[in-house]
Ligand binder design. Structure first.
Ligand code: ADP
Ligand code: MG
Length: 413
């Protein structure tokens, strides 16, 4: 491994990633100001695809080529002159055969060392219902997705790094959903909506959410599957187990010096992993009644997300108004979008011809996200030790004095 540190930023450690997993973009991301990393994952054709024919090709793990299935139809006058193919380039494109591990290694793994060192990072999965967002983020017990893999690596690295550098790590997780513009705790049995507050130091915080101190990947896997089962789900025409909510796993990693003293340097890295609700329009899923209200709210959060991405992605938008406050999701993800965060977006698409319109929308959306720039800084807090720790300190000093006194007494007598 030979990763040279980025020029002018000697204090930022380069992530230890396996050979071949890093690219120019990741290095730039490490150097501070960078764009959002945007990846696309194409899922294979499946039984719920209405037309089982692919309209998507992947070139060199970088480019998606999408073919309009109606473009060859001479009957359709409006579409007759459309270009048959469109191409979009991304940082990474995963073809339908790409395995979970490969997706994880190329989108998320390189964020770990930053999080352990007090930098924020966010990975979110975007795409229409049934395109593979939950598969990518959570996965199954036998084929775990990004959330489980990143937690396992976080624990391994925090333990080895903690020993090497004489620091102590504390990892806490919370898991919530934004459903109908309400925030629900997925790790609690109490059914109530939680408030989102703005903390001047910590940024957006969800009041009284369950925070569990976790110590192993398997523990987190269990929490995830329990929490995911609590997500507000309902059948729609698009997918039998459609998730109608946005799920957010937040991992806070605190790194503390072990050295004694009255002031501790604490680095706090926050990792957010977001499984968004389906991006399809309500009209497409033939929703009626209550489902339509849900659809409108999903669209409100996603619409706000889209508007924020548009505003942030506009060239030379410095000082532009970004409508973060328009939805719970964008308020929660404010840091992750335009601020102090390394952000990765995974756009999930289906290869099926029957999903052409939605796939094209998703690609356009992801294409815009490429222009977003973030400015990453380390979060370091100076925390005064709690009063109980002073008591301990004083007791230690007293007993030390006692020992010294007896030693002096002994040598004099
Ligand atoms: P979403 O969360 O976007 O609505 P899911 O992740 O639930 O979609 O995926 C829908 C179905 O497709 C699930 O049964 C999932 O296991 C399957 N699936 C999605 N992506 C893949 C993939 N890359 N390989 C194999 N199966 C997949
Ligand atoms: Mg889902």
């Amino acid at each position: 491994m030979s990763h040279l540190p980025p020029k002018g930023k000697p204090d930022i450690p380069i992530p230890v990633v396996d050979e071949g997993e890093t690219n120019e973009h990741m290095k730039a991301m490490w150097a501070g100001q960078s764009n959002v990393l945007v990846a696309v994952r194409v899922r294979p054709l499946m039984k719920h695809d209405i037309v089982k024919k692919s309209c998507v090709r992947v070139l060199d793990a970088k480019v998606v080529v999408i073919l309009d299935p109606a473009s060859g139809d001479k009957q359709d006058i409006l579409r007759a002159n459309r270009n048959r193919e469109k191409q979009y380039a991304f940082d990474y494109v995963f073809d339908p055969n790409s395995k979970q591990e490969m997706v994880y290694n190329n989108t998320t793994k390189f964020l770990i060392h930053g999080v352990l060192d007090g930098y924020n990072a966010t990975v979110f999965a975007y795409g229409q219902t049934g395109s593979g967002k939950t598969h990518t983020m959570i996965g199954s017990q036998s084929d775990p997705g990004i959330m489980v893999r990143v937690m396992e690596d976080l624990f391994v690295h925090s333990q080895s790094q903690g020993k090497q550098q004489g620091v102590q790590y504390k990892v806490t997780v919370s898991f919530l959903e934004v459903y109908n513009e309400n925030i629900r705790d997925l790790l609690s049995d109490v059914e109530e909506y939680l408030d989102l507050r703005e903390d001047p130091i910590k940024g957006p915080v969800v009041a009284s959410i369950t925070e569990i101190e976790a110590t192993s990947g398997s523990e987190v896997m269990q929490l995830l599957h329990q929490g995911n089962a609590k997500r507000s789900q309902a059948a729609t025409a698009a997918n039998e187990v459609s998730s109608r909510s946005h799920a957010v796993l937040q991992v806070v990693v605190e790194c503390r010096d072990r050295a004694p003293g009255t002031v501790a340097n604490i680095k706090v890295g926050k990792l957010s992993l977001v499984d968004l609700a389906g991006s399809e329009r309500a009209a497409n899923t033939k929703n009626v009644g209550a489902r339509l209200v849900e659809g409108a709210n999903i669209n409100r959060s996603l619409l706000a997300l889209g508007n924020c991405i548009n505003a942030l992605g506009e060239k030379g938008n410095k000082g532009n108004f970004v409508p973060y406050r328009d939805s719970k999701l964008t308020r929660l993800l404010k840091d992750s979008l335009g601020g102090n965060c390394r952000t990765v977006m995974i756009a999930n698409i289906s290869a099926a011809e029957s999903s052409f319109e939605e796939t094209l929308n998703t690609l356009k959306y992801a294409n815009r996200a490429k222009n977003i720039k973030t400015n990453v800084q380390r979060n370091v807090l100076n925390v005064n030790y709690h009063i109980s720790e002073y008591v301990e300190l004083i007791n230690n000093l007293r007993s030390e004095i006692q020992i010294l006194k007896s030693q002096i007494g002994g040598s004099m007598g």
